[in-house]
Design a protein. Structure first.
Length: 272
């Protein structure tokens, strides 16, 4: 089994658990009997989620507020979890946000924060917890990437690059760790119906929001994304792209050179 079975002393650590895909993954794992360590910046939302999941599924859920873009509080997480007498056997690196617009006009601090949250934090947490997984001979890591990882996005350059890093990182350690009893899966969804896009403020040509520029048929719910990710992890899959249409589109896009794709993507995503 690629996901270790639930036990009283083990837990799944889910980052970005206060909303969206992270919350849905936490709910999916709780329904399967796993204890949880919920991590995000919003303590009140984490506390409420922890209470709800404990009541609904009779599992243990600990809520820890942490800004994953800052190394000092992030480095305290392993000890905080150990102090609660829990071992992390499932790690879900989900926390993230997206910058958008011309890179020449972007906020350098926000761009660097994006790299810290989307790249540095997953690498740091994986480094913190995977040695014990290897020693135990069991463990599972679910990294949330995106179909944005599969082609450059001219007006979300930092985001697509960060997600590409996570995709390559996940695929590489999937192969390196599978013989050690640890499975690694990258979940790469297309557009998901969450507040992610509202927070990013992504607008494209004509002043439309990003959401309105993408056909509704391409969208999936966060519940569907979460279920696909956890099912893929349980099956030991290397990469999961939810939705038959999106998988077909991404497969087809591999055969289109960047020289052709990029101008089209640039025109479609050009800010107003």
């Amino acid at each position: 089994m690629s996901i270790p079975p639930p036990s009283p002393g083990s837990a799944a650590l889910v980052t970005g658990a206060s909303a969206g895909i992270g919350e849905c993954i936490a709910r999916e794992l709780a329904a399967r009997g796993h204890n949880l360590v919920l991590v995000a910046r919003r303590q009140d939302r984490l506390d409420q989620l922890a209470q709800d999941l404990t009541a609904e599924h009779s599992i243990r859920a600990e809520a820890i507020a942490c800004d994953l873009g800052k190394s000092a509080p992030r480095a305290k997480l392993p000890k905080q979890i150990a102090d609660n007498e829990l071992e992390i056997e499932i790690l879900v690196n989900n926390a993230g946000f997206a910058t958008n617009g011309p890179f020449s006009e972007s906020d350098p601090k926000r761009e660097l924060e994006q790299v810290r949250v989307l790249v540095e934090a997953p690498v740091a947490l994986t480094s913190a917890f995977v040695p014990a997984m290897v020693e135990r001979g069991r463990g599972a890591i679910l990294n949330i990437s995106s179909v944005a990882a599969m082609q450059p996005l001219p007006y979300s350059a930092g985001y697509s690059a960060a997600k590409a890093y996570i995709l390559m990182f996940s695929e590489a350690i999937h192969e390196a760790l599978k013989s050690r009893g640890v499975t690694v899966t990258a979940l790469a969804p297309g557009p998901v119906s969450t507040d992610f896009w509202e927070i990013s403020g992504w607008e494209v040509a004509g002043g439309n929001s990003f959401e309105r520029s993408v056909p509704r048929q391409a969208w999936i719910t966060p519940q569907a994304a979460a279920r696909a990710g956890v099912d893929g992890l349980a099956s030991g899959k290397r990469v999961v792209v939810p939705g038959v249409g999106m998988r077909a589109a991404m497969l087809a896009s591999r055969y289109v050179p960047h020289a052709i794709k990029l101008p089209t993507i640039e025109r479609a995503s050009r800010p107003k």
